[in-house]
Design a protein. Structure first.
Length: 248
């Protein structure tokens, strides 16, 4: 699934977008919405979306004000506005598309499909990196700091990471866990190229602890100690593709 946030200050327009996406774009998973710059920034930090649908005129500023708050933009952007005077500026922010209100359903479908075609290859690249390193990469260590302690942890001890808003729970062998006040997307980036793989918006797993994949209940991965992790429907094909590499 493509995790998506809608940033729109008019309730009627937001509801229309939600209805259109639910009807025409089944790959989209709407994980939240906001009406202003501050709320949108906090929500993006919390949810780490793949895609945002961004109105330009917000209650406390503009969509451009929001984007300037990010040192690096790690999501796709579709601008939606009633005014076409902003088009050139929108594309200077590497907007994927630019739609005028009222949004035409066919144009929305085209824009969303363009976003999916941009996002999915990056997921496959992550899988390819993991596959290339699966059998050869030596385990390193990671420093984890909570309010009271600094831990030096072997990556081999980590079974999976779970997102909890702006916090990440590191789950270790023997049911130990460490909670860190950073979002999971930061650790997804840090561990890129190692044996860790994002299989759900809330979960990052260590492939060294993979035991099996079960197709029941929409799909889940079983890890060491029989830990069960759900698999997002949009990630299933990539997981199958990854393990095809290890067939004898």
């Amino acid at each position: 699934m493509i995790t998506t946030i809608i940033i729109e200050d008019e309730e009627q327009n937001k509801d229309r977008l939600v209805n259109l996406l639910n009807k025409h774009c089944p790959e989209i998973d709407i994980v939240g919405d906001a009406i202003g710059v501050k709320g949108a920034y906090d929500l993006i930090q919390q949810k780490n979306p793949d895609l945002i649908l961004l109105d330009i005129q917000l209650i406390d500023g503009t969509g451009f004000d929001l984007l300037k708050l990010f040192s690096e933009i790690n999501f796709q952007i579709i601008f939606i506005t009633a005014f076409d005077e902003y088009a050139l500026k929108a594309f200077r922010f590497n907007a994927l598309d630019y739609l005028l209100k009222p949004v035409d359903p066919d144009e929305l479908i085209v824009a969303v499909n363009r976003a999916i075609n941009q996002i999915i290859p990056s997921l496959k690249l992550q899988l390819n990196n993991a596959a290339a390193n699966f059998s050869s990469k030596e385990f390193d260590k990671i420093i984890l700091k909570d309010l009271n302690n600094i831990f030096l942890v072997d990556l081999s001890e980590i079974t999976h990471c779970k997102s909890d808003g702006n916090y990440t729970e590191f789950h270790l062998l023997k049911e130990k866990s460490i909670i860190i006040s950073k979002p999971i997307k930061e650790y997804e980036t840090y561990l890129k190229g190692s044996d860790f793989l994002r299989i759900h918006r809330s979960y990052l797993i260590n492939l060294k602890h993979f035991k099996r994949f079960e197709k029941s209940e929409g799909g889940k991965v079983i890890l060491t100690d029989d830990i069960e992790i759900p698999v997002a429907s949009g990630r299933r094909d990539e997981i199958f593709e990854f393990f095809e590499r290890f067939k004898g």
